[in-house]
Ligand binder design. Structure first.
Ligand code: ADP
Ligand code: MG
Length: 434
């Protein structure tokens, strides 16, 4: 790897030497290649933002070294550091961080004026950036007059102002709806692939990792795992994960438990995931009820629980109970299909469709509903595999697809796959449904 950023045994403390001292980064070593798209992924408070600030030269570590372009940024003079921060790195924030009293154009031009670029030229360049982000017509507005999605595009334009080779984005999707989040992701991908910029994103949402090539899992101030991946969709990762889990001894429901556990607790430690898997399988087998299950989720780890935060525990248990209810319904559909393979299943399919579309805020017209119902019916009968199901949902209408947004199709198909798996052992050789 042609390394651009290299961290060597970084330790970092907030308030070092004070009673409030906090050891935020613990012996972190990592490398990010030139032109790479990397992400720090992990629960909140794990040290992701701190890592970004160290790389951006906003904070300095007390121990360890950071090399950028083979130069130790800890040895920079004050002036070199200021230049590095202005020209080396562009930052995108979750809260946008625009200056409320400045127009959109001036917000974008500001980093250039710090470098002493004439204001006429800065405004010209800023206009070009607004054009690239497709928000030229907003140039004279103030930030509060913009939607969140528009503000984030201004934030991206500002990050690009001094044409930095490195773009750092701290939870850039956190305050956006799914359409705008998708747009920002597309743009980050473009900055990486077309401009060749090195991107480092912080996120705690698994779906936003779809284009990322290197994932650093961060936990309690340490990088606990590094994953290098060919860009692939979450659905593909999920199905690959399912294949990996396949061994002759595993029943389909065990496969589901494993994939559900790793999906819901992505970024957590292996011990936590293992323990969660155990309770999940107990719940799936009906050995414990929903209330007991919820109880063990937020019980502290050393007391035998999974140790999730209360809110996370609540969300996870609701998701699991919802899957279980739906699985029961699908079991009945299978029973019906065994009795009569030609059974039309109209009501059942419509109900499953409504369940799958819960939480989807886009509109679905009548034709799309019919298409989705056909797809569900085909998938239930195993006429099509999971990947085909997802692809057709996403394909544009012109190509006879349903034309749903990419992110929605991933969520919908993952949800469906979770309830399709049945409890009994899988007949040998029938991998199609996976
Ligand atoms: P993340 O971005 O993963 O949520 P952070 O890097 O923001 O995590 O925080 C890591 C740890 O450092 C947390 O325990 C947080 O409370 C603490 N921390 C963050 N910023 C400061 C600060 N300015 N002063 C003291 N502690 C901080
Ligand atoms: Mg953070």
């Amino acid at each position: 790897m042609d390394s651009l950023i290299k961290l060597e045994h970084i330790n970092f403390w907030y308030d070092k030497g004070k009673p409030s001292e906090l050891w935020a980064l613990k012996d972190v070593s990592l490398e990010i290649g030139r032109g790479e798209y990397a992400a720090f992924f992990g629960p909140s408070g794990s040290g992701k933002t701190t890592l970004l600030y160290l790389i951006a030269g906003v904070e300095q570590s007390q121990q360890g070294k950071i090399f950028v372009n083979s130069r130790d940024i800890g040895s920079f003079s004050k002036q070199e550091l200021a230049i590095y921060r202005q020209v080396g790195v562009g930052m995108i924030f979750q809260q946008f961080n625009l200056i409320p009293s400045l127009s959109v154009l001036n917000n974008v031009a500001l980093p250039m004026s710090f470098l002493g670029i004439s204001s006429a030229r800065a405004r010209n360049e800023a206009m070009r950036l607004l054009e690239r982000l497709d928000i030229k017509e907003l140039a004279d507005r103030l930030p509060f007059e913009l939607s969140g999605g528009q503000q984030q595009r201004v934030g991206v334009a500002r990050a690009l102002a001094n044409n930095p080779p490195i773009i750092i984005a701290d939870e850039p999707l956190g305050n956006l709806d799914s359409t705008n989040a998708q747009r920002v992701l597309e743009f980050l991908k473009e900055l990486n692939e077309k401009d060749g910029r090195t991107i480092i994103m912080v996120t705690h949402e698994a779906w936003s990792l779809k284009d990322v090539k290197r994932i650093f899992y961060v936990k309690d101030g340490a990088v606990v795992k590094t994953e290098e991946s060919q860009p692939k969709t979450i659905a593909e990762s999920l199905s690959q994960h399912l294949y990996e889990q396949l061994s002759p001894e595993l029943t389909k429901s065990e496969v589901v438990v494993r994939s559900l556990a790793s999906m819901l607790l992505r970024g957590y430690s292996l011990e936590e995931i293992k323990r969660f898997e155990y309770f999940l399988s107990q719940r799936f087998a009906g050995h414990i009820d929903g209330e007991v299950f919820r109880g063990v989720l937020d019980r502290p780890f050393r007391e035998g629980g999974v140790g999730l935060w209360k809110q996370k525990a609540f969300k996870v248990s609701r998701y699991v109970e919802d899957i279980l209810t739906e699985k029961k319904e699908v079991e009945e559909v299978y029973t019906e299909l065994e009795r009569n393979p030609e059974s039309p299943l109209k009501d059942e399919v419509e109900r499953i469709r409504a369940w799958l579309l819960e939480g989807y805020h886009g509109t679905v017209n009548e034709l799309q509903q019919i298409q989705i119902d056909e797809l569900i019916s085909d998938r239930l009968r195993n006429v099509i595999g999971s990947e085909a199901f997802r692809k057709i949902l996403n394909l544009p209408k012109k190509q006879y697809g349903v034309g749903l947004p990419f992110r929605a199709t991933q969520r919908i198909s993952e949800k469906l796959e979770l309830v399709l798996a049945r409890g009994e052992k899988r007949p040998a050789g029938s991998l199609q449904g996976v």
